[in-house]
Design a protein around this ligand. Structure first.
Ligand SMILES: Cc1cc2nc3c(=O)[nH]c(=O)nc-3n(C[C@H](O)[C@H](O)[C@H](O)COP(=O)(O)OP(=O)(O)OC[C@H]3O[C@@H](n4cnc5c(N)ncnc54)[C@H](O)[C@@H]3O)c2cc1C
Ligand code: FES
Length: 283
């Protein structure tokens, strides 16, 4: 079993700003009391308010943006008590912060087939930095050309396409989709992806990255299997500790797959990004 990561520090951060995003989200900017080297996209922090309004167990959130002044932005969809408390925080409030945690996306290089990033609702969050890092070049590798990145961003309806304009402004091809047809393609993310292939707007061979609800992830993994495409999934499992101790984030692995003989992996320290070939979803 892997050891807990080194970055399990708990420290305070100060809320800088909170603004509404979409129908039920907020863009939360915080100033951590620690500084970090550049963070790989899809890494996350556990967050809770320092007062009694948050549940005692902090909640995991991917980093949306890591700004030059060291502040961090999170894009948060209000789901329950933990996210409500964070959304209601005010500038100057203190947050308990643990991280940065997890493994982010591997190097997004420009040497292979184009990248297609599939985002479901709030699952779009890790792709903002993912696109920035791909276009800038990672780990000394070739930058990805903007025409070789497509973001397919889907949601139940238009109000759940958080910060869509900011994603579109990154300069990659962005395909919006909604289940109810209120914006963009009428259908889900996987249907929008297939429509891109049918319209010859994507080559047959692409590399897939996905983040969204588990049903969407299972459907993406199935497409990847059928078409024999490389595919990585950033999972949003429920988490207790975020640092490998509580076993609350177990993910079933493929027997004798890329993760070896261990039957479960821990999303918090082995992920949250997994090769679709390594895990079993929807069982
Ligand atoms: C690595 C990682 C990164 C994440 N990044 C983000 C992010 O950038 N932005 C964001 O808004 N959320 C993100 N999440 C999800 C977020 O952590 C949960 O929405 C949050 O923990 C809910 O806490 P709560 O107290 O508000 O809701 P709770 O009261 O705990 O739950 C309210 C309802 O939501 C359901 N629920 C809670 N968590 C999840 C989940 N993960 N998936 C599906 N249903 C859930 C519960 O079953 C319940 O029905 C991420 C999760 C992980 C593991
Ligand atoms: S959340 Fe506790 S082990 Fe992963």
């Amino acid at each position: 079993m892997p050891a807990p990561p080194d970055d399990t520090r708990s420290f305070r951060s100060e809320v800088v700003s909170v603004r509404a995003s979409g129908d039920d989200g907020v863009l939360l900017r915080i100033r951590p009391e620690l500084s970090f080297p550049p963070l790989r996209a899809a890494r996350f922090f556990m967050l809770r308010r320092a007062d009694a309004l948050s549940p005692a167990i902090p909640r995991p959130f991917s980093v949306y943006r890591h700004l030059a002044d060291g502040s961090l932005e999170f894009l948060i969809k209000v789901m329950g008590r933990g996210t409500r408390a964070l959304a209601d925080s005010r500038p100057g409030d203190s947050l308990v912060t643990v991280g940065p945690l997890g493994r982010g996306f591997d190097t997004l290089d420009g040497d292979g087939p184009p990248w297609v990033m599939l985002a479901g609702g709030i699952g779009s969050v890790p792709f903002y930095m993912g696109i920035e890092q791909a276009l800038a070049g990672m780990d000394g590798g070739a930058p990805v050309r903007s025409q070789d990145v497509t973001l397919v961003y889907g949601a139940a309806h238009a109000g759940f396409l958080y910060e869509l304009e900011a994603f579109a402004a990154l300069g990659v091809r962005t395909v919006a989709a909604t289940d109810d047809g209120s914006f963009g393609f009428h259908g889900n993310v996987v249907q929008a992806l297939v429509a891109q292939w049918q319209a010859d707007r994507l080559p047959a061979e692409v590399r897939l990255l996905a983040c969204g609800p588990e049903r969407m992830m299972a459907a993406v993994a199935a497409v990847a299997r059928e078409r024999e495409l490389d595919c990585w999934l950033s999972l949003e499992t429920l988490m207790g500790c975020g640092v490998g101790i509580c076993n609350g984030c177990a993910v079933e692995t493929v027997p004798e797959g890329p993760l070896g003989a261990w039957p479960v992996a821990k999303c918090c320290i082995d992920g949250p990004v997994f090769s679709a070939a390594a895990i079993r979803l929807g069982h």
